[in-house]
Each structure stands twice: as C-alpha cells, then as structure tokens.
Design a protein around this ligand. Structure first.
Ligand code: GLP
Length: 233
C-alpha cells in the first residue's frame, strides 16, 4: 500500500468516529500526529474530497460529511424517498414547456414525434441541499392543465394519483456513471465534472401507457446504490 493510501485509511478511521459537519484537525496538527509530509496528507485529503467523504471549505478547513444516501432500485418517488429518511423534500422548477416530442423523446414516450409533451426540469432538494436535477417528459394528454406552480415543492407522483387518477404499475430504469456539466455543477453546487449517477426511468400504467420518461442526474458524492442480492437457487 502506498504511503498516501495508508494515511487515507487512517483519516477514514478517524472520520468514522466524527459527526457530520465536524472539522478535522488543521493540516499542521495532522502532519505532526501522523508523521507524514504535507504533500502526502494533501494527496490523501484530496482523494477523500473527491469521493465525497469530506468537504473542504477554503479558508476554514476540512469537514466530515454524513454518509451517502442509499438509493434502492424501486419505483419510489423522490418525495417518498426523502420522507422515509426523515429529510424534507423540495423542488425548484428550472424550466417548464409544452412542445412537440421529437423523434428521440417520442420513442421513449411511445408517442409520435409531433405529439405534445410537457418537459419540466426540476432541482430536487433534501433539507434544502441540492441532490439531483431531473428532466421529466410527460405526454401532454396524461396531465392536461398542469402548470409549473403545481410542481413547485410538490410530488409529481402524488399529483398523478390525486389529480389525474393515474397509478404507476411498472417501471424500467438504467443507471450509468457520468460527470456534471457546467450548468449541472452550478445548480448542484459541486465542482465542474464531478462524478454523478445518471438514471433514466420510464414508467407505465397497468394499461400500458407511458406516464413519464425521466433523466435524472444524482450527485455522486451524496448517493450510492444499495441493492439486495438474490442468490441463484
Ligand atoms: C424519482 C425518480 C423520477 C420520478 C420522481 C418523482 O426522483 N428518479 O423518475 O419522476 O422520483 O418524484 P416526485 O413524486 O417527488 O416528484
């Protein structure tokens, strides 16, 4: 194991005993305590910053970050997911438009390219902290009269159930690694090209109608996927 990996592991052990938001001792103290060079310590800390275990606040120091949020592979809504963790869900509308589906989205929504769709982008927040950006596409006929205000700090899935009497019966989701572009970094409050998870979800009603195609970018420093493994019999 290289020297800086060993230091990284020592820092990780130390962070295990710390509360989120607690500050690591200053660099000069750690250098002395761990008996390493400033450069090795920096390298180890940089790696922890990149993987989201600690956050560096310029001029203030390095702080412990809480554990990542485990996201399960189920058709849960962001709102339900955050509530189940005791976090306050929020959303800010970044854009809202009605337009023709076009070939690519039309294929995803199983409608013709000329069909009207509602396209909404939302910043999703947990206790006011930005977590993800979602680009949601809905066939216009599924949500007549939907306005941006309806979705501000509200759940789309709740709205489908209560206002449009639509229940999601089936979903398919893909997950890929990606990095944040300029706009995403700005909205999510992370450095340019930060690691992120790209989720693409399509959901259907029991009758087989598509009710959403969603492209969500989740912060890689705050999210991990947890899945129960079935054992082949
Ligand atoms: C998750 C899913 C999206 C879905 C959304 C609905 O974030 N990745 O595909 O559209 O939940 O959430 P809500 O009901 O809170 O708007």
């Amino acid at each position: 194991m290289t020297k800086y990996h060993a230091i990284r592991d020592q820092l990780l052990d130390r962070l295990d005993t710390m509360a989120p938001g607690e500050q690591l001792p200053p660099e000069r103290v750690l250098v002395r305590e761990l008996g390493v060079s400033r450069m090795t310590l920096r390298r180890a800390t940089d790696e922890l910053v990149a993987s989201g275990v600690v956050r560096r606040r310029p001029g203030a120091g390095v702080f412990a970050v809480g554990p990542k949020l485990d996201t399960a592979l189920s058709a849960t809504s962001f709102t339900e997911d955050m509530r189940a963790r005791g976090l306050r869900p929020g959303s800010a509308i970044l854009s809202f438009e009605r337009r023709a589906a076009g070939a690519r989205i039309g294929r995803r929504l199983e409608v013709s390219p000329a069909a009207d769709v509602v396209h909404v982008t939302r910043l999703r927040l947990a206790d006011d902290e930005p977590m993800s950006i979602e680009a949601l596409y809905i066939p216009e006929g599924t949500v007549p009269g939907l306005s941006p205000e309806d979705l501000e700090n509200a759940s789309y899935y709740d709205m489908l159930r209560t206002r449009y009497d639509v229940t999601i019966a089936r979903g398919v989701q893909t997950i890929e690694p990606t990095v944040t572009d300029e706009e995403e970094s700005d909205k999510l409050g992370v450095p340019l090209h930060s690691p992120a998870l790209l989720f693409e979800r399509t959901s259907w009603t029991a009758e087989g109608a598509v009710v959403e195609f969603v492209r969500s970018i989740y912060r890689g420093d705050r999210y991990q996927i947890r899945t129960e493994l079935s054992v082949p019999q």
